[in-house]
Design a protein around this ligand. Structure first.
Ligand code: PAD
Ligand code: ZN
Length: 358
């Protein structure tokens, strides 16, 4: 490639400081070092986790930074020693690399390759997909089927895989069971799809925005409830509806109150509650220990519990085989320059997923 080994100048959405709009700037992207891959990002979704960071919920994320972690693209060039991908391969950058445990995986600072206006710009979750080109370590790249439409499978990079995997891998939803999902954004609706695929017979979708209910029903929800329309706390409503509480509950919002409500909504003996929503990093929860003492299980789920490098190509194959239809989550497709409009739609509850195209 003509650009191989050279600095690339391209567009990126830079978050200069907490609470500021993203600013589309020209940035310099340095070539990949040994063990790294430079990717031309073709499409990227906007996930609520990006919004959390922008609001300043995670003090450990350093600014200025290029956000975005739900992307898909094409390898532009590779650094020395990279063997698993080559220029021209279609890939999904992995915001939770496999293994996710070793010192490399735990150090997202290891790949600073962006500068803008003479300043170093931080990477985010290894991938920084709000940039036309990005550099990621080889262990954070999954090669996918060349037939995959990148403007669609980018959602597999976070939102879809997170929700679907929380149902299939983390909760291991059983056929005939009853599930409740709190929060019907891109993540929660993917949980609905996962519960349905696992054969759940009752899927209760909970959100304070009733505009989300039509899509939830389309994807498999059997009941939709707005807690604000209820006279009693939602956990009591769900317990009454189901007799003893649901078999599996999922929190896909990121609020303490709904985490506890979700826990209390699953049955006291064998219920499993999966926490997916990301809380502010300073959050602390206090709860009645009796909620757990009687036998409930409370679990967390990161990116759906997939072994990402092994599973991402398989998820893309399943998409191509139409085993699920994650396209139904895409409500808006916007040119990259409209990144802030995409965030506005998310904040206003008007989108499920907006996909930005470069
Ligand atoms: P989203 O903003 O698209 O959806 C959130 C939904 O929650 C919206 O439909 C809201 O109306 C609804 N909601 C808000 N408050 C309440 C409430 N009190 N009761 C009921 N419903 C409510 O976000 P998203 O789907 O992109 O992300 C959801 C969360 O999941 C968010 O916290 C994000 O950071 C987290 C996430 N976690 C992982 C992971 O690996 N664990 C991955 C991706 C996203
Ligand atoms: Zn995400």
């Amino acid at each position: 490639m003509a650009t191989s080994g050279k600095v690339i100048r391209c567009r990126a959405a830079v978050a200069w400081a907490v609470g500021k709009e993203l600013s589309v700037e020209e940035v310099e992207v340095a070539p990949p070092k040994a063990g790294e891959v430079r990717i031309k990002i073709v499409a990227t979704g906007i996930c609520h986790t990006d919004e959390h960071v922008l609001k300043g919920c995670f003090p450990n994320v350093e600014f200025p930074v290029i956000l975005g972690h739900e992307g898909a693209g094409i390898v532009e060039s590779v650094g020395e020693g990279v063997t698993s991908v080559k220029a021209g391969d279609k890939v999904i950058p992995l915001c939770v690399p496999q293994c996710g445990e070793c010192s490399f995986c735990l150090n997202p600072e290891s790949n600073h390759r962006f500068t803008c206006k003479g300043k170093q710009i931080h990477h985010y979750m290894w991938v920084s997909t709000f940039a036309e080109y990005t550099v990621v370590p080889e262990y954070a790249v999954a090669k996918i089927d060349p037939a995959a439409p990148l403007d669609k499978v980018c959602l597999l990079g976070c939102g879809f895989s997170t929700g679907y995997g929380a149902a299939i891998n983390t909760a291991k939803v059983k056929p005939g069971s009853t599930c409740a999902i709190f929060g019907l954004g891109g993540v929660g609706l993917s949980v609905v799809m996962g519960c349905k695929a696992a054969g759940a017979s009752r899927i209760i979708a909970v959100d304070i925005n009733k505009d989300k209910f039509a899509k939830a029903k389309q994807l498999g929800a059997t009941d939709c409830i707005n807690p604000r329309d209820c006279q009693k706390p939602i956990q009591e409503v769900l317990t009454e509806m189901t007799g003893q509480g649901v078999d599996y509950s999922f929190e896909a919002i990121g609020l303490k109150e709904t985490m506890i409500a979700a826990l209390a909504s699953c049955n006291m003996n064998t219920g499993i509650c999966v926490m997916i929503g990301v809380p502010d990093s300073a959050s602390e929860i206090s709860l009645d220990p009796m909620l757990l003492l009687t036998g409930r299980t409370w679990k967390g789920s990161l990116l759906g519990g997939w072994k990402t490098r092994d599973c991402m190509p398989k998820l893309v194959s399943s998409y191509l085989e139409k085993k699920f239809n994650s396209d139904l989550l895409i409500t808006h497709t916007l040119p990259f320059a409209k990144v802030n409009e995409g965030f506005e739609l998310l904040r206003a509850g008007k989108s499920i997923r907006s996909v930005l195209l470069f």
